[in-house]
Design a protein around this ligand. Structure first.
Ligand code: ADP
Ligand code: GLC
Length: 480
């Protein structure tokens, strides 16, 4: 039996700011229980809901040095859906209204977390063969493991995987502060290790010291070796390309299931969607105060509102798009300029545009189920889960051909009658508008073709089965 520890800054259902939480919370369920004991470790944030906290059990605590301070480390434990979750407790670092987002605090918070994770393992008697780290917040784990934990039998056989969910975020701060805080020797702060462009870089450290590196789609694994997507680390990723591979994300097919989803208005499946899905559209139009109209082309967006997601393209053609016979529902939070842009168009075209600038699990499911199409024109996209959720709900994705969007959405080909969605290549607003208009044309004028696109989309299997198998192979290979 191989033992694997997932370490990350978030996991559903406890805390989620994006797709990372979906992955960390759902993937562990999909390994063969006889072969793998997969557990998860995340911080115990103050903002985790009380109904979860009530079910956590105190396991142990100890004190650990970080810089000049001796810090309390509590370990809590909880079983959820057959998986053991551990929570690292420290109120100094993990209270606060959001899990993270202020880099000057986060940099110390996750140095603490990374060291605490390793320090706690002997005390909870869990000795993983593989530590599977996710994103920059855990980048110091491979570094610490190489440094002070590698002497001694307990840690000596452990291998580390670093999974990059988003190369944009690296955890960067000045060398002196990081050196003093982490207690790592000057030896580590050179360009072949943690130093990058004059600063210390957690993710870089993780990439340098991990035994294997993965990212969440094949195309993104290729893209990040080039300067445009490489975020300054493309050289390092080229140097480590033999240890780098892309494994595409799946989604939780129990949570995202149009037949059983209690968030949506009316259940349906791949056989009866032609009759039943429309009831969701009617209900959503009603709930959001849009014009009641079965025929209008209803486009959905559920997203963090950041540049990554291509919203400058949307802003650029928004007025033009609103002249068309369409409706647009947006659910998202993020940069103020985009929130305000959507609010403005909601005000101007109230029966066509519905801007919902907040976070809601329930409304997100309703949008995946109710819309005709789902728009995701990302500048870059390591994987993207929203387009996979849309496919699962028979809502046709319109995407830009980058990263995981390219790997999961097959563009419609009208001559061969193939494809599961619509796409465009260049980062260009009118190319995007062209793809939207083309989708709308097929929707209105070739309804049978449109429904066949949905048939094919709902038939593709993006449950974790395939990808969990690829991770399992990697675990086996590394631990042999
Ligand atoms: P990213 O992780 O880059 O934000 P993904 O597509 O991988 O993008 O995952 C986004 C996840 O967050 C999806 O589960 C999506 O439904 C969810 N999500 C994003 N914004 C919201 C919101 N405002 N309300 C509810 N869910 C949201
Ligand atoms: C990141 C990426 C997104 C990916 C998610 C889960 O947030 O932006 O593309 O789907 O991680 O891997």
């Amino acid at each position: 039996m191989k033992k694997v520890l997932f370490v990350a800054s978030e996991a559903v259902p406890f805390v989620k700011t994006g797709g990372l939480a979906d992955v960390v919370g759902s993937l562990p369920k999909y390994f063969e229980k006889e072969e793998f004991d997969v557990r998860v470790m995340i911080p115990k944030y103050g903002m985790i809901a009380d109904n979860w906290k009530e079910h956590m059990n105190y396991k142990t605590h100890f004190y650990m040095d970080l810089a000049w301070r001796s810090q309390y480390v509590g370990i809590l434990q909880m079983e959820y859906n057959g998986i053991t979750f551990y929570f690292i407790d420290n109120e100094f670092y993990f209270s606060g209204s959001k899990p993270y987002g202020f880099i000057h605090e986060d940099i110390e918070k996750f140095a603490f977390f990374s060291k605490a994770v390793l320090s706690s393992l002997p005390l909870i008697s869990f000795q993983p063969d593989i530590i599977h780290c996710h994103d920059w917040q855990t980048g110091l784990i491979p570094v610490y493991l190489n440094d002070r934990f590698k002497n001694g039998d307990f840690f000596s056989h452990m291998k580390v995987i670093m999974t990059i969910h988003n190369l944009k975020f690296q955890g960067i701060w000045d060398i002196k502060t990081i050196r003093d805080m982490t207690g790592l020797a000057s030896y580590y702060f050179t360009p072949d290790k943690l130093e990058a462009y004059g600063d210390a870089n957690y993710l870089k450290g993780g990439i340098v010291y991990a035994n294997a590196i993965t990212t969440v789609s094949r195309t993104y694994a290729e893209e990040i070796k080039m300067p445009f997507y490489g975020e300054g680390l493309d050289g390092l990723l080229r140097a480590r390309e033999n240890s780098l591979r892309g494994i595409v994300n799946g989604i939780d097919y129990d949570e995202y299931n149009p037949e059983k989803d209690s968030f949506i208005y009316n259940p349906y499946n791949a056989i009866n969607f032609r009759k039943e899905k429309i009831k969701n559209k009617r209900a959503l139009q009603n709930e959001l105060g849009l014009e009641q109209n079965d025929k209008v082309f209803l486009i959905g967006i559920v997203s963090r509102l950041t540049d990554q997601k291509g919203f400058d393209l949307v802003s650029y053609i928004m007025e033009e798009l609103c002249q068309e016979d369409i409706q647009l529902v947006i659910l998202g939070t993020g940069e103020e300029k985009y929130e305000n842009m959507f609010r403005y168009f909601d005000w101007k075209y109230h029966n066509k545009v519905s801007a919902n600038m907040y976070y809601s699990e329930a409304l997100s499911h309703k949008i995946y189920a109710s819309c005709d199409a789902f728009l995701m024109p990302s500048l870059f996209e390591p994987c993207g889960l929203s387009q996979i959720m849309s496919l699962r709900y028979g809502t046709v994705p319109i995407v830009r051909e980058t990263g995981g969007l390219k790997d999961t959405v097959e563009p419609y080909n009208e001559y061969e009658s193939t494809g599961t969605g619509f796409s465009f290549c260049n980062y260009n607003a009118h190319e995007m508008l062209g793809a939207i208009r083309y989708a709308k044309y097929i929707y209105h004028n070739k309804k049978r073709e449109w429904n066949k696109i949905i048939d094919r989309g709902m038939a593709v299997d993006f449950s974790w089965k395939q990808s969990a198998g690829e991770y399992a192979q990697l675990y086996q290979w590394l631990s042999e």
